[in-house]
Structure formats: structure tokens, C-alpha cells
Design a protein around this ligand. Structure first.
Ligand code: HQG
Length: 181
């Protein structure tokens, strides 16, 4: 179990690596990498004290393995979840025959009409197991799990990717591939 300061560091890393690098005045390169030293300096300017060790711990102990450190430990990137435009250089990969998406009842009408859209993120997030989808949905209320016919999507030429931490990603899921409970 991570302690509170590790969770705080992880939240800061998620914010700046996925959504708002400018919040601490750093830059993320086209492939999502940022300099560890720049993050430390940027956080300090905002009055947050982190160092290489606390960043390494946040990466190591992260419940979802959200981040990757480069081999030399000098750069870091988020494995998924970006709203800023980055190319993670993920190769299309054959998905399992079905994957799952966790959501809540208030989105269902719109999902029936539009399919699953990435919203502010770069991809629609899907999981190979139902349990993970339940956890994702429960962030917003009583969870509802939709089944995605990823096998049919793939046969129809719609590509899937898998992030370094095992999340299945795709650009868009047309409603015809969804099964509603
Ligand atoms: C919904 C967390 C209306 C969708 C999680 C979701 C995940 C629609 C919300 C990762 C819609 C977007 C991503 C449509 C989709 N109309 N609503 N047509 N299509 N939605 O947060 O999948 O902890 O961007 O159902 O564990 O909830 O950050 O996506 O409810 O892996 O690492 O729009 O974020 O990971 O919400 O979560 P999000 P998500 P981290």
C-alpha cells in the first residue's frame, strides 16, 4: 500500500504527464516523455518537494503501473490516459474476443446513440476483465459494464492497442459492437 505522499506524487505526475505539463512549467515531448530533473525543479517552484527517489517510488508502487521511467532514470512518461496529444508508438495488436468498458447509467442514452467516444482523452479505455471495468465505472457512481465485441471490430479493421500497463485502447467504439446489460 502506498503512503499518502507517494499517492500525492503520483497524482502530480498524472496531471503534468497526461493533461497539463504547463501547470509546473515543463514540456512533454511528442512521445510523452518528460525530464525527471525538470519535473523536480517545476514542482519545487510550486512549493512541492519531490526528488528522484520519491518519483521512483511513485512509479514502482503505483497500483496501476501508470508510469514508465527510461532505463537511465532521467525521463518519465505516463502509460495511458493522456488528454494532451502524444504518440506512445503503440503497435496495433489483436485484442481478446471481447473487452469491457465501465460506465454509469446517465451516459447510456448518449452511448447508444454515439457509441463510446474518447471524450477528452486520446483513446477509449477498455479492459480484458469485467472486474477492472466495474472499478473504472464505480469512479462515477453505480457501475454499469458494457461488453465490446472487439473480435468483430478487429475483423472489420478497427485497430486496438495495449498500453504498457495492460489497458486496451481504441479510437472509437461504434454502438453496433456494444452489448448493453
Ligand atoms: C463516457 C482511469 C456519453 C465513458 C480509469 C466514461 C480508466 C460517454 C466517460 C481511465 C460516451 C469518459 C479512463 C458517449 C463514453 N456519451 N458518455 N458517447 N462515450 N462516455 O475518465 O474510461 O486512474 O475519460 O463511459 O481507470 O472512465 O486515470 O474515461 O464514463 O482506465 O489511470 O465518458 O481513467 O485510469 O471518462 O477512464 P474518462 P474512463 P487512471
Amino acid at each position: 500500500m502506498s503512503d499518502q505522499s507517494t499517492v500525492k506524487t503520483s497524482k502530480l505526475l498524472s496531471l503534468v504527464l497526461r493533461h497539463r505539463p504547463e501547470a509546473i512549467g515543463i514540456e512533454v515531448d511528442p512521445h510523452g516523455w518528460a525530464s525527471v530533473e525538470e519535473i523536480i525543479a517545476g514542482a519545487r517552484r510550486q512549493g512541492t518537494s519531490i526528488d528522484r527517489e520519491s518519483i521512483a517510488r511513485a512509479v514502482r508502487e503505483n497500483d496501476k503501473q501508470r508510469f514508465t521511467l527510461s532505463d537511465d532514470g532521467n525521463r518519465i512518461r505516463a502509460n495511458q490516459g493522456h488528454s494532451i496529444k502524444v504518440d506512445l508508438e503503440l503497435a496495433p495488436l489483436e485484442p481478446p474476443p471481447q473487452v469491457f468498458h465501465g460506465t454509469v447509467a446517465r451516459f447510456l442514452d448518449s452511448i447508444r446513440q454515439q457509441g463510446l467516444v474518447p471524450g477528452t482523452r486520446q483513446h477509449v479505455h477498455l479492459s480484458a476483465d469485467e472486474k477492472t471495468a466495474l472499478i473504472v465505472g464505480s469512479r462515477r457512481g453505480k457501475p454499469i459494464v458494457l461488453e465490446v465485441d472487439s473480435g468483430a471490430m478487429s475483423r472489420d479493421g478497427l485497430p486496438f492497442y495495449r498500453s504498457a500497463n495492460g489497458v486496451w485502447l481504441t479510437d472509437f467504439v461504434p454502438a453496433r459492437y456494444l452489448t448493453f446489460p
